[in-house]
Design a protein around this ligand. Structure first.
Ligand code: FES
Length: 357
């Protein structure tokens, strides 16, 4: 055994038992060379397989771009397992592209990179200059051993696959820009309509105005999300159900009516201090309900935007750029809370075209 801490013991050496080390080092099992180490044909075959994966990764990245432009988003929701063809195609092509690059790199490491097992003895944690130089030299040696320089086919296809993968990112940036073809109407409206009851989230029971205590915050939903024979709402399915559920989510709070500072034109949107807002943060759309009853502030857990529910949910802190949309409330003949109308502005994260409403 070498006493030099930095020395590397060749694979398979057994260290004898001694007075200070009573248990003999069992060493490493016998080394078996891989087929690609001893058979040039297996090596070339592995090289072609890996290059094939990188080429397929490029093809899937290009197909992502094709799918992005050829399949319209949103109008084909029920095409496949209740999901849109566009969503499916974008996810599958990008996923396969990333997967193939990952598998290709793993195969490169397992089949073609140098297969030498070494034992490095423990050494002090400090890194003197000569160690750092040795590390750089080892990295360079590793690159040499990986054979990337000697295998232009693998190198070029791998770089090509990673490079072409940048295309989807560039294409997706386009969605951040204003666009005339966006169906704003669809984004601006929710399932809420005049007379629809507010029901408790999850259980779907209607809410009596008289049962809400001062300081309460209730997570609620539109009654249409809980269709029964009695209420007559139609059953919703697939992506449409998810969209309506997400866009219709609300929070209801009760506070002293004298604390409420209504926005102009919203003086009759509350019922005895009961006020209702969209549950979806106007920053990037997280659901919010962290409520502080003494200040009437509600906090979004994602990036700490804070809204003052007494003052038409105006933003008092954080990155959100506009108040939470308010749902106008009334009570029906039986005393249950109902909506006076849909929201009068788009809910959720802001977008360029919102001002066109
Ligand atoms: S999503 Fe609410 S603060 Fe960012």
């Amino acid at each position: 055994m070498s006493n030099d801490n930095n020395s590397l013991e060749p694979h398979g050496e057994r260290l004898p038992a001694s007075a200070t080390e009573p248990i003999a080092d069992p060493g490493l099992p016998e080394h078996h060379w891989r087929p690609t180490d001893v058979d040039p044909r297996a090596e070339r075959r592995a090289e072609r397989q890996i290059a094939g994966m990188f080429i397929a990764a490029m093809a899937f990245a290009v197909l992502f771009v094709v799918a992005y432009f050829s399949l319209s988003v949103g109008d084909n929701w029920d095409t496949f397992l209740g999901m849109g063809a566009s969503t499916m195609a974008l996810g599958v092509t990008l996923g396969l592209s990333l997967l193939l690059i990952g598998i290709g790199i793993i195969h490169l490491a397992r089949k073609l990179m140098a297969d030498a097992e070494m034992v490095e003895m423990r050494h002090p944690a400090a890194s003197p200059a000569e160690d750092r130089e040795a590390t750089v030299a080892a990295l360079n040696a590793g690159l040499d051993e990986a054979g990337i320089g000697r295998r232009p086919l693998v190198r070029n296809t791998m770089l090509g696959a990673v490079g072409v993968l940048g295309l989807p990112a560039v294409v997706l940036l386009r969605d951040l820009a204003p666009g005339d073809e966006l169906d704003i109407d669809k984004l601006a409206h929710t399932i809420w309509e005049p007379g629809m009851r507010l029901v408790r989230d999850v259980v779907g029971t209607p809410i009596l105005a008289s049962e809400i205590e001062m300081g309460d915050l209730i997570n609620a939903a539109p009654e249409a999300m809980f269709p029964t024979e009695e209420n007559g709402y139609e059953e919703l399915h697939g992506a449409q159900e998810q969209v309506d559920k997400a866009k219709g989510a609300i929070i209801i709070v009760r506070m002293d009516p004298d604390d409420i500072i209504p926005a102009k034109g919203r003086e009759k949107w509350t019922v005895d201090g009961i006020i209702c807002y969209s549950k979806i943060c106007t920053h990037v759309g997280c659901p919010i309900s962290l409520y502080e009853r003494t200040t009437h502030h509600v906090l979004c857990p994602c990036h700490q935007s804070t809204f003052d529910l007494a003052d038409h949910a105006k933003v008092v802190f954080g990155p959100a750029a506009r108040p939470l949309p308010q749902l106008p409330l009334a009570v029906d003949d039986e005393g249950y809370l109902v909506a006076q109308s849909d929201f009068t502005e788009p809910i959720g994260a802001s977008y360029w075209e919102r001002e066109k409403q």
